[in-house]
Design a protein around this ligand. Structure first.
Ligand SMILES: [Zn+2]
Length: 470
């Protein structure tokens, strides 16, 4: 992948679809009152008057396809995320999950305009921010003579591990801005096959092994073979694993070309309200742009007049030569988690956060306090927080976890959702823990502690499969 510094891009205004019905939609721009387009004729001619705009949808793109006439719309999905819809020659980008009031998002769009970024889909804008902050061309490449590059074979997933049990007096800590700050560090711009050495930078196929210890381990006890970054292998060795290198790829040409980009990321994340949330999502998605995988699924859905969908699989851009960079960043975040987070009696970790007995971790941020944690497995847990105690309310916990209520968290479900509670309940019952706590409350939606940084509840694993098209 070769990225060139870009100059200021040509401005085009933004328009937002805020509400839809099958026969009407509401579209709004900054500085003008909302426009209601009702009836097929008005919807179609009205939308076509936004040809010179970047059009965003604050509502579900799939539902948008049933507005007016389903035959008008083409829906593009990347790894089952709705990415954009085409209406004639207008692209409509998804901005779902950021409220329904465009004015809340205005600081984000103003910031991008002042930085010379043309409004477009989120991953396109994420890549534009990178290019706009480069001061020289950036070439990321893996050199491989034959066979396959190693980058796409290295794991991207964050570590989700847990020691099942019931605990009291804990805190949830996380690494602030984990992925962007790892990207801002010096990294190798070239990867090539190496000898059996422990290089400063690069990847290795290795075997790791450890005996059962009773503490929270990043990988199961016993022996396993895989591909890791040297940073992670060093952290594993320090954590007690024995590591044997089998094959290596050396990283060279070490630079920190994304240091200036990181300053822009911090400014985007500091924007108020929904604009800051959008800034976080865009900056977190940037890592996913370097995580290209051949098995990603890119599709176009069209509809017949009665709404029957037809799905067509499309080719997608695939950059195997830069995939090592995404893998190195994932490895560096896991290394920091293992080295700093899992060394302190932690009983749960997820990508860039840990739950552990009250303590401070240098450079980490406390995201919450937990008076009681019940964790039947690493997949799910529930807890009571300490907001009521800290803020001198006359209740334990908060309104979402007082009395017989709890905060529910489950893998793949939005924190506090009915799905999270159901997943917890199933595992809890299997263990026969039912007599321990109280009846489960009707599904209450609370603020998730760990989905918060990922606007759509998207975790790095899924973020890796971000739009990928620009
Ligand atoms: Zn609470």
């Amino acid at each position: 992948m070769r990225l060139y510094p870009s100059g200021s891009q040509e401005f085009r205004p933004a328009a937002f679809i805020t509400h839809i019905r099958h026969d009407a939609l509401v579209i709004q721009t900054f500085g003008e009152p909302p426009r209601i387009l009702s009836g097929k004729q008005q919807i179609s001619s009205g939308l076509l008057s936004y040809t010179d705009y970047a059009v965003f949808s604050l509502v579900n793109l799939y539902e948008l396809c049933f507005c007016g006439d389903p035959r008008w719309w083409k829906l593009y999905n990347f790894n089952s995320n709705h990415v954009r819809v085409e209406f004639g020659n207008i692209s409509i980008y998804s901005l779902r999950g950021f409220g329904l009031d465009p004015l809340q998002l205005e600081p984000f769009f103003d910031f991008l305009a002042s930085f010379g970024i043309r409004y477009a889909g989120l991953s396109t804008m994420a890549m534009s921010v990178v290019k706009r902050s480069l001061d020289r061309p950036l070439l990321l490449q893996e050199e491989y003579e034959s066979g396959f590059p190693i980058g796409p074979q290295a794991p991207l997933a964050g570590l989700r591990r847990g020691l099942p049990g019931v605990y009291d007096g804990l805190c949830l800590m996380d690494i602030p801005v984990a992925f962007p700050s790892a990207m801002a560090q010096p990294f190798p711009t070239t990867l090539r096959p190496g000898g059996l050495w422990w290089y400063e930078h690069g990847l290795a196929r290795a075997s790791i092994s450890i005996d059962e210890t009773g503490r929270l381990l990043p990988y199961d006890a016993g022996k396993r073979i895989g591909v890791w970054s040297f940073a992670e292998l060093r952290a594993l060795e320090d954590a007690g694993y024995s590591v044997k290198l089998l094959e290596t790829w050396q990283g060279t040409g070490v630079q920190d070309p994304l240091a200036a980009w990181f300053d822009v990321v911090l400014a985007l994340r500091a924007l108020p309200g929904q604009a800051g949330k959008l800034g976080k999502v865009v900056s977190n998605q940037t890592w996913g742009l370097f995580c290209s995988r051949p098995n990603a699924r890119y599709t176009r859905t069209t509809f017949s007049g009665d709404g029957t969908p037809f799905i067509e699989v499309l080719k997608h851009s695939y950059n195997p030569g830069s995939a090592y960079f995404g893998a190195l960043i994932a490895g560096n975040v896991r290394a920091k988690l293992i080295r700093e987070g899992l060394r302190s009696g932690a009983m749960f970790c997820e990508t860039d956060s840990v739950i552990l007995p009250f303590c401070t971790l240098n450079g980490w941020k406390q995201k919450g306090e937990i008076s009681r944690l019940e964790m039947p497995s690493a997949r799910t847990y529930r807890y009571k927080c300490m907001r009521g105690v800290r803020e001198h309310w006359a209740i334990d916990g908060c309104v979402d976890c007082a009395g017989d209520r709890w905060h529910y968290v489950a893998q793949g479900a939005l924190g506090g959702s009915v799905e999270a509670e159901g997943a917890f309940r199933r595992e809890y019952d299997v263990l026969g823990w039912g007599g321990m706590g109280e009846g489960v409350s009707a599904g209450r939606v609370a603020t998730s502690v760990d989905a918060e940084d990922w606007g759509f509840g998207v975790k790095p694993r899924e973020a890796a499969a971000a739009e990928g098209v620009w």
